[in-house]
Ligand binder design. Structure first.
Ligand code: BEZ
Length: 370
């Protein structure tokens, strides 16, 4: 039997991203069960709640590493929490598998041999949408996002690519994170602008409120809604309902991707959880896959795990998935999808409009390759 590996699952189980945390954990557990058949007793899991608060996330990471003696930490949903943990995990030499938070700096100027990301970077998901919108004849856009690191980075990457392709951002709003309940005043500003479309990043509970209010404000018809795929995630698109119909977004995963690994994943996830998986579930699942592979190759202590994780490569539900050793960020295809009503009346589903080539971030100041 392989040496025991203690995993600290560090996720939000409360706050605006609580549902995302539960979903990543469900994906992680399925990944261990699927790939760890030979090593069932190898992984011992301890969970902690970040509450989506950077100081709480840091305190919990310290507890997992110093008190529980975790060999590896998996999780972190918010870019703000990831920013708060970065120096601690780097200094303590504890491998962190990022299973959501897209904070660009963590695999750019603040990269670390101990941080490996199996989810996405904020830039990676949004960059391709700049050219995509211009190709659809849309050259004037109004943007919105929550006012914290992920909101600024996701919109910043879209804006840079959109402007490089000839587009113009004619107005933008950053709404108070975790505090905005009424998007009305911001939507009114979008409506009175000369934009042809709105491009946003919202996730979790904020995404549900935003999509519903956008629809009830009557904007969808004249001002089509685009964004990064978290806006209409399969995790909560049925809570948005028909308000989400017609929204076009980019993501690294939707459950309708057509490949054999995804077919097996969707079936197993449905059987275990009685619902379709989302992009959050796949990040947990792939994190577990990579850990099992690292363990099967003999890694068990912090240093050997960090090294093995940074050379991961496999075909998974999202397609060919690998870690770029120059940044420790994932390289993966990006999908553009439209939310549509399922023909069988089962609710909302995702129609893939484009499968874009694997997206690799520039090194952005990371010196891992030097
Ligand atoms: C982030 O904070 O990086 C993030 C949170 C939820 C969805 C996507 C990104």
């Amino acid at each position: 039997m392989a040496d025991e590996i203690k995993v600290g699952l560090l996720l939000p189980y409360s706050g605006v991203y609580a549902a995302l945390g539960g979903e990543i954990e469900a994906g992680f557990n399925l990944g261990l069960a699927t790939f760890g058949a030979q090593t069932d007793d190898t992984f011992v899991v301890v969970t902690e709640d970040t509450e989506v608060k950077p100081p709480v996330g840091l305190a919990k990471a310290k507890k997992l590493a110093l008190q529980d003696k975790a060999d590896v930490i998996v999780g972190v949903v918010s870019s703000g929490v990831l920013g708060a943990l970065r120096d601690f995990v780097d200094g303590a030499g504890v491998p962190l598998i990022v299973a959501n938070a897209g904070n660009d700096a963590a695999t750019g100027e603040d990269c670390s041999p101990f941080i490996t990301r199996f989810s996405f970077s904020n830039s990676q998901v949004n960059r391709p949408m700049g050219q995509y919108l211009v190709d659809q004849g849309i050259t004037k856009v109004f943007t919105m996002a929550p006012d914290y690191a992920a909101g600024h980075q996701q919109i910043g990457a879209f804006k840079a690519a959109f402007e490089a392709a000839g587009g113009e951002v004619v107005g933008q709003e950053f709404t108070p994170f975790q505090k905005t309940q009424d998007f009305g005043p911001y939507l009114a500003n979008a409506k009175s602008s000369d934009a042809q479309a709105v491009y946003v990043f919202y996730a979790g509970g904020e995404a549900i409120s935003y999509v519903k209010q956008y629809d009830s404000f009557g904007l969808k018809e004249n001002l089509p809604l685009f964004g990064s795929g978290f806006l209409t995630s399969s995790l909560y698109v049925n809570a948005e309902g028909p308000a989400a119909e017609g929204v076009i977004a980019s993501s690294y995963y939707v459950p309708t991707i057509d490949n054999p690994e995804n077919a097996a994943f969707v079936e197993a996830y449905k059987a275990a959880n009685n619902r379709l998986p989302s992009e959050f579930a796949v990040a947990g699942y792939d994190a577990a896959h990579a850990l099992v592979l690292a363990s099967a190759n003999g890694a068990s202590d912090r240093a050997s795990l960090a090294k093995a994780l940074s050379t991961s490569s496999f075909d998974g539900p999202r397609g060919a998935t690998s870690i770029d050793p120059a940044t420790n960020n994932i390289v993966q295809p990006i999908y553009v999808y439209e939310t549509v009503s399922a023909a069988d009346g089962s609710g909302m589903t995702q129609k893939v409009l484009a499968s874009l080539a694997p997206e690799q971030d520039p090194v952005n100041g990371c010196t891992l390759a030097n």
